[in-house]
Design a protein around this ligand. Sequence first.
Ligand SMILES: [Zn+2]
Length: 368
Amino acid sequence: MFKQEEYAPLLGNEEYSPNSNLEYILPASQDFIMNDLMQLMPQGGLPATDMLLLPAELEDTIDANTKFELVTPKFTPVSPRGPPERAVFAGELDFQVEINASDTHKRKYLYSAILNRIYVDMKTNFSVTYRWAAGRAPAPLYVRSVVVFSDESQAEKRVERCTQHTHEVTNTGISQEIVKNVLHSAREKGTRGVYYCGRADEADSWLSVLVELPPGAAGAAGHAYQFVCKNSCSNGINRRAIDVIFTLEDASGHVYGRQAVGARVCACPRRDISRDEEAEGAARGKRRAPHDAPPRGKRPRADDDAAVALTLPALQVIGTKTAVTGLEVMVSMMEQAASFKRNDPQATENYNKCIANLKSQIEKLKKS
Ligand SMILES: [Zn+2]
């Protein structure tokens, strides 16, 4: 839509190179990039994008500086009809979605890699990082996010905001495709490059948020979102599990890649993530049926040291419970590893021997 050169005058910086990666590369530390960015950018001169991955607390500061008036051709986004496709694929542009879960003590959201699920309270910003092969990508590119019920038997049902939150006073004057969508961009309504798609009054029109990726981004960009309903909202999500489906698209709506992340919107993310991960661990321990496939989308790790049996030194720990819990974790891990090696009779036998031995030690400890 824009030529990259058009951005240089906007910055008021003669040395700005439209091909510079600095604005968009996301290093491990966001604080680091923010310091660098602020030094690089002249006053009032962020490039014309709302897609930088920013710490939530800085977003307001930046917002005030990004109000450029550009005369641009009007873009009318595609609004897909019918239940969204779910099959995830990276595609030719190697589209990946990451939730930044580091530094979580400062953040009000958590991400479970085991469950591929984000835990966040309502109206709390969370950042999503997109990665793609920029060299091969057409421009402009967009990422569409749409919320669906995880259970495929509910696939035909559109996820909508509950009655209570639909009728919040703050929704006055806001169009229905925004009000009814449980997922919002953290950006102000009307921000350039952020589009709310779908028609709330047409049942087969799915509600989605479409975000334009920054022109010139070197294959990585982030955007902050928030949920505006909880999982527990009655007559809305109504305690059903939800996923967010992200699709990398061009302006015509052609899908280059698709990824999905589960979401739990709740008042106590920390409590719920521990509870769900524990439940998953227990379930995995029980799932030892020979035909049990590894969870979809998660590859079993190539664990080359798995075959090596170790003899631990005589270790001292305080408390029977500590010892039992520690050994139980080992059993659970070996059971999981064994399930990935079920086609290898020798490995299976080795695992079973170790597991049986540990279990008998656990029983002895419990009786002591
Ligand atoms: Zn609600």
